[in-house]
Design a protein around this ligand. Structure first.
Ligand code: HEC
Ligand code: HEC
Ligand code: HEC
Ligand code: HEC
Ligand code: HEC
Length: 181
């Protein structure tokens, strides 16, 4: 008779249940960790207002990175090039292409192109390109081979651990106040 069976007659069922619960939590934790890693390590590409190809400009044409990102030498921000710099070539080059027509439309509307940022540290972090470029670190160390990317991707996490491990290996300051201001 079923109603006389003691409650704990099926311990295996209980164990099976706990095991299933454990698997569920482990899987969940793994998923969260994987999503975090993925987001941290390989962000981008994003939808840009103009489909700018680094492969053509930095790759085929071999333009220097700081020809367009001239902030890297003097300041903290690498900066995005002004529309006038693009038009110094594209007033006459490839003007029939849709993406180049967009450039001329921006000029007509006297509007700046608003590029979506991909690399963005929190505002409380002090980072300057200048110091790193002066230390002879090439762009590829932190940005990968951008000249081969049809759309720029982020190849480093930009997390504190990343900054600190390079500073440690090169004997650069790791005081909190170096980066936190
Ligand atoms: C002809 C101008 C030009 C040259 C040369 C150029 N870039 Fe760019 N770069 C741009 C423009 C415009 C953007 C914004 C659109 C985009 O993200 O693709 C950009 C975006 C980037 C970004 C993403 C910034 C962010 O956080 O959103 C990185 C990193 C970058 N460039 C690195 C490089 C490196 C490294 C080189 C040299 C190998 C280089 N660029 C050469 C014009 C240029
Ligand atoms: C030094 C000259 C030069 C500068 C400066 C320059 N470009 Fe270009 N760009 C070129 C050349 C050359 C091509 C290749 C055209 C071709 O395929 O025949 C090109 C191709 C392109 C294309 C691909 C067009 C297509 O659909 O095939 C885009 C988009 C573009 N440029 C945008 C820009 C933007 C935005 C800037 C400014 C951040 C810029 N360019 C600055 C010379 C330049
Ligand atoms: C030591 C690592 C490091 C090196 C070397 C480096 N960058 Fe960066 N770059 C960063 C970080 C970190 C950011 C995000 C900065 C922020 O959010 O304030 C960034 C941001 C950028 C951006 C986004 C826009 C901006 O104004 O900051 C561009 C473009 C860029 N870098 C281009 C370059 C180019 C070109 C070079 C080589 C001349 C270079 N970087 C060398 C780490 C580096
Ligand atoms: C690949 C190596 C590398 C990475 C990654 C790196 N740095 Fe540096 N950093 C250096 C070197 C080398 C110097 C020393 C430059 C000098 O001596 O002038 C430096 C200097 C600095 C300085 C100036 C230090 C001082 O004494 O005034 C600051 C601030 C800084 N880094 C912040 C950062 C931050 C924030 C990050 C991460 C977003 C970062 N760095 C990532 C190599 C790196
Ligand atoms: C070489 C640069 C660098 C140094 C040195 C450094 N940090 Fe950071 N720290 C960062 C960067 C970049 C971030 C933001 C990215 C992240 O969250 O990992 C950060 C984030 C943090 C955060 C998380 C803040 C938040 O709200 O997300 C804490 C807490 C922190 N740092 C504490 C410290 C302490 C304490 C020290 C000194 C022992 C220190 N940091 C030294 C670069 C640095």
């Amino acid at each position: 008779m079923s109603d006389t069976v003691p409650k704990n007659s099926r311990p295996w069922l209980k164990r099976l249940f706990s095991l299933a619960l454990l698997c569920y939590f482990i899987l969940f934790a793994l998923l969260i960790a994987a999503a975090g890693l993925w987001r941290g390590a390989f962000a981008g590409p994003r939808q840009q207002p103009v489909a700018f190809p680094h492969t053509v400009h930095a790759g085929k044409l071999g333009l220097a990175c700081d020809f367009c990102h001239d902030g890297v030498k003097q300041g903290s921000n690498a900066g995005a090039p002004a529309l006038s710099l693009c038009l110094s070539c594209h007033r006459s080059i490839a003007t029939e292409r849709p993406e180049i027509k967009k450039l001329l439309d921006y000029e007509r509307r006297k509007e700046a192109i608003r590029w979506e940022r991909l690399h963005n540290l929190p505002p409380f972090i002090h980072f300057t390109h200048q110091r790193h470029i002066q230390a002879d670190l090439p762009c590829t160390t932190c940005h990968g081979a951008v000249e081969q990317m049809s759309e720029v991707r982020r190849v480093r996490s930009l997390k504190m651990g990343w900054c600190v491990s390079c500073h440690r290996s090169r004997g650069v300051s790791r005081d909190c106040a170096t980066c936190h201001r």
